[in-house]
Design a protein around this ligand. Structure first.
Ligand SMILES: [Ca+2]
Length: 121
């Protein structure tokens, strides 16, 4: 069984650095969107970024942290995150999905040394 070193040293922390999105499809009649990112963990918990008003290529640069206790190796190996980006409407009272993707946490550690992921939709 392969266990990435970072998970061995700190098995109860998942930090997601949401950097940016580019060329989002506009959702508002103005030709722009008011995007924010929601991250949902299969281990429990949901976190979101701040909303970037009227911006189709937003720079978020926010770190979202999920802390857990007493995770089993099985839970860590099966953990996944779903990342969705929405357009905010009506001062946060409604939202419209622009796109989403999911990935398993160990896959990010195993695929590259920088633990970065890019997705186009
Ligand atoms: Ca909007």
């Amino acid at each position: 069984m392969y266990c990435p070193p970072l998970l061995l040293f700190n098995p109860s922390l998942a930090q997601v650095h949401v950097i940016e999105a580019r060329d989002l499809n506009p959702q508002d009649s103005s030709g722009t969107s008011d995007p924010f990112v929601v991250i949902k963990s299969s281990l429990g918990g949901t976190q979101k970024t701040n909303t970037q008003k009227a911006n189709n290529s937003p720079l978020f640069d926010e770190r979202l942290v999920f802390n857990y206790k007493d995770l089993s190796p099985q839970q860590i190996h099966e953990a996944s995150l779903t990342i969705a980006i929405y357009d905010e409407d009506w001062f946060g009272l409604s939202r419209q999905m622009i796109g989403s993707c999911s990935f398993d946490l160990l896959g990010i550690y195993a695929k590259n040394e920088t633990h970065e992921m890019y997705r186009t939709w």
